[in-house]
Design a protein. Structure first.
Length: 470
């Protein structure tokens, strides 16, 4: 319920500002002309405090709002999208929501007991000062918050936090240690349906059909341009990480094809480590799906699984199983349900891959036969197989709504940033096409400090030695 009496007297809806306490030269300005507004009670006189709800939605060009030290219970500001700073501290507000405020940099809503505060898509927000007395806080997609204050330390009811919200997580850990009255904790909201851009990371042995799969994803409407290089047998000849973007059903995807592993001689050990670092940076904002590509049930060896498990342990965490899809390629019977069920069952019984096969998001069977060096009739048949396989992949990706942003990944990238800054390597250049560096040794040394197990296995696979971890 909004009481318009005070507002209409001092800031008439159809006239200019009359507020004698105005400090920003707004006298005579209409509501939509005002960019800075201070209606705080500066003198502590209870009679001068604004009470109840106040509707400020006509002040559409507000950049800064201060309304602290009143008796406000409701604040209507949902369309003030130009807002950069707000101080509504020391009131009686019960609910505040900021959604899609692109310029909002600072919020002070402290000293509002039992406040429910929701923040979503406030990409510029850096400073947040909120009460902890009965607070119910839900933060989504506000990635630039670097300063957070919890005013007071009595009762926090609920905290919903992204894994990137380290200050909030540290606060929770502190509260746990202090046996504070924390009624409900929901931490590390690592999974979020962000649809701005989704990373699809493709991994697998050399020759598993990774690049053919990548080509199939990025080609639409029956086109089959070779964007990711493959040979006449639809096998990858990828020697460097390659990233391409494609919009599928209105969603932007980044298709990331990695260097094949499991065979020797494709790249040197140090070059393989560089590719692992590049892949880590390519998914630094999270991963929608890892497509684990296998050419057949016998296409999996111990080294391949050791590498996947090292990625899980050092970069992604246990939840990565939920974001991994096994893609069995070169399966000509992919349209026959009974044959597909038999193949999936066989994969799940394979000792090397059984844990992943039984824990992953899904197993998909497709066929991406070569479009090179074949008679026209065969090529036409192969085009049809690729088209049907693409539809299976696209349908599956459409069901994978969430983006996984594990805390481990954030920590690893942060370590890499620190290590690479000391070497003079520009990490922003890492995933650009044909990236080269004269100081590969410095990147390898940084990787040894950040992802030692991954480095050991990647290096061993590349040079054909044992994967023993010492």
């Amino acid at each position: 319920m909004y009481d318009s009496k005070w507002l209409d007297e001092n800031y008439p809806k159809d006239g200019g500002c009359k507020y004698k306490g105005d400090i920003y030269g707004n006298i005579g300005k209409r509501r939509k002309e005002i960019t800075h507004l201070d209606i705080s009670c500066h003198h502590g006189n209870a009679l001068n405090k604004i009470r109840g709800g106040i509707d400020l939605r006509d002040f559409i060009n507000l950049v800064m709002l201060r309304c602290r030290n009143n008796k406000l219970t409701d604040l209507a500001i949902n369309n003030l999208k130009m807002l950069e700073e707000i101080d509504c501290s020391d009131n009686e507000l019960r609910y505040l929501e900021f959604e899609n405020f692109p310029y909002l940099r600072k919020i002070n809503c402290s000293i509002n007991k039992n406040l429910k505060l929701k923040l979503k898509n406030c990409s510029s927000l850096k400073t947040l000062d909120c009460p902890s007395d009965g607070l119910n806080l839900h933060i989504t997609d506000c990635y630039n918050i670097t300063v957070r204050y919890f005013s007071g330390d009595s009762v926090i009811n609920t905290l919903y936090l992204n894994d990137v919200d380290q200050d909030g997580i540290d606060k929770i850990e502190s509260l746990k240690r202090e046996n504070d009255q924390l009624k409900q904790i929901i931490t590390e909201l690592e999974e979020s349906p962000i649809i701005n851009k989704k990373n699809v990371l493709i991994i697998g042995r050399t020759g598993s059909g990774k690049s053919a799969l990548a080509n199939n994803l990025v080609n639409e409407y029956g086109n089959f341009e070779e964007i990711f290089k493959e040979d006449e047998f639809s096998e990858s000849v990828t020697t460097q990480l390659q990233v391409e973007e494609i919009m599928i059903n209105g969603i932007n995807y980044r298709i990331i094809d990695t260097v094949g592993f499991g065979d020797t001689g494709t790249v040197t050990g140090d070059e393989a480590v560089l590719e692992a670092v590049k892949a880590t940076y390519a998914v630094r904002e999270g991963v929608n799906q890892i497509l684990f590509v296998v050419r057949g049930r016998n296409d999996i060896d111990e080294k391949v699984m050791k590498l996947y498990n090292s990625l899980k342990d050092e970069i992604f965490g246990e939840k990565i199983y939920k974001y991994t899809t096994i893609v069995r390629t070169n399966f000509g019977s992919f349209t026959e349900d009974e044959r597909c069920e038999e193949e999936i069952k066989a994969l799940k019984q394979n000792k090397l891959i059984s844990q992943l096969a039984n824990s992953c998001n899904r197993i998909i069977l497709i066929d991406n036969p070569s479009l090179k060096g074949q008679p026209d009739t065969i090529i036409e048949h192969n085009r049809k197989s690729r088209s049907e396989s693409r539809q299976i992949l696209v349908n599956h990706l459409s069901t994978c709504e969430n983006v996984y942003r594990p805390r481990k990944l954030k920590e690893v990238v942060s370590k890499f940033d620190h290590e690479l800054n000391n070497t003079g390597v520009d990490n922003k250049q890492l995933i650009k096409p044909n990236f080269k560096t004269a100081r590969l040794d410095l990147i390898v040394n940084a990787a040894i400090k950040c992802i030692p197990t991954v480095v050991t296995i990647v290096h061993a696979v590349a040079v054909g030695s044992s994967c023993q971890i010492t």
